[in-house]
Write a protein that binds this ligand. Structure first.
Ligand code: PMP
Length: 434
């Protein structure tokens, strides 16, 4: 039968059929399912440098990078070697290990935090940071911004980005009214709204949580001074500021967004890059605040696999590769890719906006200037879907949603960029027709 997609993927399609029988929607994280762009998700079997290889044996230039962790591309020899060495010595001990100290030291050296607690996912990091903020302030309310995603923490699923935005969900069933009643959702980049919320609820707000630069409604940088003013307002009312650097941390600079726009925050959350492609994340802040966590203090937080030695080895190897030259190359790759894409779209007359926060960027298929979730949602998602499938058919793997960042890596070499440059004008024509 006729397919609306340029290329068939029989092996992936067969795997997807099997997966759907065994797993809800056939995937273990919603945005992987290609639901908003259509077609069968590609099942990958291998990654090598800038490329992914799928079950049908097709090779793709990868602009997802496992949704952020892989700043050095796939299967970097130093990371693979560190993982193999650590795994050969045992995969988990349930005791402290020196690798945890080394990873913590690397994080503390790079970022504003003086202590860090390691966890397994960004979700755990933000969930635990919020618990700590509530305990430290003795207050219950949390301010978050529409379109920001902080993982699938109940209280933070209100008006969230990422898969929640991709699937146009208002939030999630199963999150109680009592939980969301403690969450105040405000428009991103809107200081007047934050000022008003503090005026009304100032004594009840434990924390403001914000993505250091928003990357889950597409990329929307904070306006100049936005994060600084959040810190000032929070502190003026006895609340804490939590900067979520799960996506930006160790990617947009050696520390993260903090390296580009330092702010007097209280807690920071990290993930993705610091795990080198294995499950590791963390949250941190000043020592006297972190000392409230068990066993030093009363705020409970724990994990069977937290600080896992294989994950710590992968993260440490990745961070040690992430020197000034690596960040220069990431910045350069982001500029090259975004300029090529924008030129191709302009050439085909497709309305679009490149939106960047350091080397994190996305392309909005809209003429409207994007500053928050409402303006992000002015995009033409059908045009994006046409563009996406035309790229996929030419061997370029973009995030399968118009609401996700494009992730570059230092592995994007001249060959990969040449393939990308050749594919973009064809895909831009497809977007114009969609
Ligand atoms: N915070 C931000 C800013 C994120 O981008 C993400 C994941 N995309 C998370 C938190 C949640 O991290 P995880 O998926 O590891 O739970």
């Amino acid at each position: 039968s006729a397919t609306p997609y340029p290329v068939e993927a029989p092996a992936s399609t067969a795997l997807f059929d099997r997966a759907q029988a065994l797993t809800p929607g056939g995937v273990n994280s919603p945005v992987r399912a290609f639901q908003s762009v259509g077609g069968a998700p590609r099942f990958m079997v291998r990654g090598e440098g800038p490329y992914l290889v799928d079950a049908d044996g097709r090779r793709y230039v990868d602009l997802v990078g496992s949704w952020g962790p892989l700043i050095h591309g796939h299967a970097h020899p130093a990371v693979v070697d560190a993982v193999q060495t650590a795994a050969a010595a045992g995969t988990s001990f349930g005791t402290p290990t020196e690798a945890e100290i080394e990873l913590a030291a690397e994080i503390v050296e790079r970022t504003p935090v003086s202590q860090v607690r390691l966890v397994n996912s960004g979700t755990e990091a933000t969930m635990s940071a919020i618990r700590l903020a509530r305990a430290a302030t003795g207050r219950s309310k949390v301010v978050k911004f529409a379109g920001c995603y902080h993982g699938h923490v109940d209280a933070l699923l209100a008006a969230a980005g990422s898969g929640v935005a991709t699937l146009s969900l208002p939030g999630s069933p199963g999150v109680t009214d009592a939980t969301t009643a403690e969450t105040i959702v405000l428009p991103y980049n809107d200081l007047a709204a934050v000022t008003a919320a503090f005026a009304e609820h100032g004594t009840e707000i434990a924390a403001v949580i914000t993505e250091a630069a928003a990357g889950n409604m597409g990329v929307v940088p904070p306006r100049d001074g936005f994060n600084t003013e959040l810190a000032r307002l929070a502190h003026a009312h006895g609340a804490l500021l939590i900067l979520d650097e799960v996506m930006t941390g160790f990617r947009v600079s050696r520390s993260g967004w903090h390296g580009l726009d330092p702010v007097d925050g209280d807690l920071w959350t990290f993930g993705k890059v610091m795990g080198g492609g294995l499950p590791a994340a963390g949250f941190g802040g000043r020592a006297e605040l972190m000392a409230q966590l068990a066993p030093a203090g009363p705020v409970y937080q724990a994990g069977t696999l937290s600080g896992n030695p294989v994950a710590c080895a992968a993260g440490l190897a990745s961070l040690r590769l992430a020197d000034a030259d690596a960040y220069r190359r990431l910045d350069e790759a982001a500029t090259t890719v975004s300029k090529l894409a924008s030129a191709a779209l302009a050439g085909a007359g497709v309305p679009h906006r490149v939106s960047a926060a350091g080397n994190l960027f996305s392309i909005f298929f809209t003429e409207t200037e994007v500053r928050d979730y409402d303006t992000a949602r002015t995009q033409d998602t059908a045009a994006f879907a046409g563009f996406f499938h035309a790229m996929l058919g030419q061997g370029i793997y973009l995030p399968p949603s118009a609401y996700e960042a494009w992730f570059v890596s230092t592995a994007l070499d001249d060959d990969a960029l040449e393939q990308l440059a050749g594919a973009l004008p064809v895909a831009a024509q497809a977007a114009a027709r969609a």
